[in-house]
Design a protein around this ligand. Structure first.
Ligand SMILES: [Fe+2]
Ligand SMILES: [Fe+2]
Length: 470
């Protein structure tokens, strides 16, 4: 399963054996590089970045570290090895052989799932493109670029599937993926969260904590797919994704730690005056990003989710490991209900609740990390607790989108929401303040005043290491 780096497009899918496909992807490659130049990280394309690159997909071999210029990064196509005799694990085709080709009757649904996932990858690169200018340290700058190049690779992973299995339609979709732009008025990215700019590093950490983690759960669900090439692509993407989540969860923790330190050094003071971010502001960022990311899972009760599951295209996270009823056509799922006036509880068919099942897994995952942040605060002797808002708060997709709820999930009037909005969500003044702290600090070993250094560097190197050099 070694990856062939002498080829134009590194891959472990034996691209050389399919000349047509290889030519099509080699034609797409310069357009990809143009897209990177136009919308990728600004100003750092000539710097050498200490990046990891996949050189094989085996457990030990896939992360190879070295200084490279980003445009020279070897974006390639890597799938985890195929599992001999793999069967479809769930839905109406359970126990049939996994598909190695697209099943004709599910072509459109499958394409839609792939395009939706694919679109988020370049979107996040576009959203983060200016952050290099305000990086708090070389270490963070390097992590940003690592995330960016890997999102680029994830786009490659999905474009390979589109080119390889969806013919002309797929090639058109691949071109469209380079044509849409995050936040563009006429030609935006598909999902709302991916059209919001990420302009400060607190938001960058929230993005990698909450938005990339939505990605993790979508990939986990797609990694169970009966369409084997999709499952294998997503499995490998998950190994890369883990670092993005690490950047987010430790980033938030380091900001919290620094705020607590400054509070302890200056009892009773407004730590804004000392260039740190008050915990109340971090809480607002959590409210905003968490609620926005819950929307990415889609409606609570969804016929699409039932269709995707029934057709064997998209399972649950850890479908084979954590579940026993892989048919799920008889079972029910208990879910909060809301008729516009009253909250209640109802039982819905499990297949229709798959979005909600995935969302609940996601929330449980996040709750664990919130606990570790609160430990940092507790250890500093500060009286504060970060918490997640109720999943009804601030939603624009699904059951709760037409109404207002407070952060504890109680229904409130529009007036009550407006009156308290600034207490819960970042205000313009909050954003201006946080942005005012975002001043580039990239001397080796130095770090901005609003965040603590990491407990260790990358790949055994110290924090002071020259992760980025001119
Ligand atoms: Fe990704
Ligand atoms: Fe990611």
């Amino acid at each position: 399963m070694a990856i062939n780096y002498s080829e134009k497009i590194p891959n472990n899918v034996d691209l050389a054996s399919d000349r047509r496909l290889q030519r099509a992807l080699e034609k797409w490659q310069p357009h990809y590089l143009d897209w990177w130049e136009e919308t990728g990280p600004t100003d750092f394309n000539n710097h050498e970045i200490y990046l990891r690159t996949a050189i094989s997909v085996e457990r030990e071999g896939w992360a190879h570290f070295g200084h490279v210029k980003m445009p020279d990064y070897r974006w390639g196509i890597f799938l985890t090895p195929s599992e001999k005799g793999r069967k479809i694990g769930f839905g109406d085709h359970k126990d049939e052989d996994a598909w190695q080709e697209v099943p004709g009757e599910y072509r459109n649904n499958l394409k839609r799932l792939i395009v939706t996932q694919a679109d988020t990858e370049p979107a996040s690169v576009e959203q983060q493109r200016l952050l290099g200018h305000t990086a708090p340290s070389l270490y963070d700058l390097r992590n940003l670029f690592q995330v960016n190049v890997e999102e680029g690779r994830h786009l490659w992973a999905m474009v390979y599937l589109l080119h390889s299995y969806f013919g002309k339609d797929g090639r058109e979709e691949a071109d469209e993926l380079l044509a849409r732009r995050s936040g563009h008025a006429d030609h935006p990215r598909i999902l709302t969260t991916f059209n919001e700019p990420v302009e400060d590093w607190l938001s960058m950490f929230m993005f990698t904590m909450f938005t990339d983690r939505d990605g993790k759960y979508q990939l986990l669900a797609l990694a169970e797919s009966g369409f084997d090439p999709l499952a294998r692509s997503c499995k490998f993407m998950l190994t890369e994704e883990a670092h993005h989540l690490f950047v987010g969860q430790t980033g938030i923790s380091r900001v919290i730690q620094r705020s607590c330190e400054v509070m302890n050094e200056n009892p009773g003071a407004d730590i804004r005056e000392y260039g740190a971010i008050p915990l109340e502001l971090i809480q607002k960022w959590v409210y905003r990003w968490f609620s926005s990311c819950l929307d990415l899972f889609g409606a609570e009760v969804s016929s699409n989710s039932a269709t995707f599951f029934g057709q064997g295209l998209k399972g649950r996270a850890f479908e084979m490991r954590d579940h026993t009823d892989h048919d799920a056509s008889e079972a029910g799922f208990s879910i909060d209900s809301w008729d516009g006036k009253t909250l209640g509880r109802e039982e819905v068919p499990l297949r229709n609740a798959m979005n909600e099942v995935l969302r609940e897994d996601y929330i449980r995952d996040i709750e664990r990390h919130v606990k570790t942040w609160n430990k940092v605060i507790e250890k500093a002797g500060v009286d504060f607790e970060v918490h997640l808002p109720h999943n009804r708060f601030n939603r624009i997709v699904g059951l709760y989108s037409g109404a207002r709820f407070d952060v504890d999930g109680n229904p409130i009037t529009e007036e009550a929401f407006v009156a308290q909005r600034d207490k819960w969500l970042p205000t313009d003044a909050d954003l201006t303040f946080v942005k005012s702290l975002m001043v580039q600090c990239i001397e080796p070993g130095k770090i901005a005043g609003w965040i603590s250094p990491p407990s260790k560097g990358i790949n055994g190197n110290p924090f002071e290491f020259e992760y980025v050099r001119a």
